[in-house]
Design a protein around this ligand. Structure first.
Ligand SMILES: Cc1cc2nc3c(=O)[nH]c(=O)nc-3n(C[C@H](O)[C@H](O)[C@H](O)COP(=O)(O)O)c2cc1C
Length: 218
């Protein structure tokens, strides 16, 4: 086992031990789909109207994999590029209607491709209010929140991290966007929200950069 892999495994175990919540194993992600990347790019559009239908666990797992899933287990590399592989982002999911999940706030663990339940309850309305009442956030079955620990990148790159980290939010966001499109789902990248309110809902100290509602488009 390489040092990188060992460190990641330790982090994974540490996160699981620190978060005593329920652990949900996501279905294995697919690396072949029905839509080409060219078609997904051509069709990609911000979608703000969602049908009142739940996501499946498979759909959610696939989107989380596209966001931050491990694509090279030997080195711990992920689906989206990261400056010096410092991986400053944590991925949270505010679940309202996902088959097989109780409504709540979940934390995605890339190494295990698992979700850890942090808090039970439907926090979609609170997230919508924190996001300047953009109503589609309350209507989407789930929203992903990307939150960064700038220090992970700043430790290596100093001030440059304040440029690199938002760039990485863009990479992760576009992966989510294209994966949604390829699955026949819709999303929109939301940057307009009160950071402090989103932090309070999630009970985190990290910096939220994107709120990303996901659902079946109308
Ligand atoms: C950094 C960023 C922040 C955004 N914030 C919001 C937002 O708060 N609410 C929203 O409805 N759309 C938001 N958008 C989506 C843009 O409005 C959308 O991408 C743009 O209108 C172009 O449309 P298209 O994505 O369909 O090509 C954001 C996009 C980016 C890149």
């Amino acid at each position: 086992m390489t040092a990188g892999k060992a460190l990641e495994l330790l982090l994974f175990v540490g996160v699981i031990m620190a978060q005593t919540g329920e652990v949900v194993h996501l279905p294995p992600p697919k690396t072949r789909g029905k839509m080409s990347v060219e078609e997904a790019i051509a069709r990609r559009r911000s979608r703000r109207e969602f049908e009142n239908v739940p996501l499946t666990l498979e759909q959610l797992g696939q989107i989380l994999w596209a966001a931050q899933g491990i694509t090279d287990r030997e080195h711990g590399f992920r689906a989206a590029p990261s400056a010096g592989a410092t991986y400053p982002f944590e991925t949270y999911v505010i679940v309202g209607a996902v088959e097989g999940l109780v409504p709540g706030i979940y934390h995605y663990i890339p190494y295990g491709h698992t979700l850890v339940l942090l808090k039970r309850g439907d926090f979609r309305r609170a997230l919508c209010d924190a996001s300047l009442r953009q109503e589609f956030i309350a209507e989407a079955p789930a929203s992903i929140v990307l939150a960064a620990d700038y220090q992970r990148t700043a430790r290596f790159y100093g001030e440059r991290a304040y440029r690199y980290v938002p760039m990485e939010a863009g990479h992760i966001g576009e992966n989510i966007h294209l994966q949604c499109e390829a699955l026949g789902l819709g999303t929109v990248m939301v940057g307009a929200f009160y950071d402090e309110q989103v932090r309070d809902i999630l009970d985190i100290e990290l910096d939220p950069l994107y709120v990303i509602p996901v659902g079946k488009p109308k």
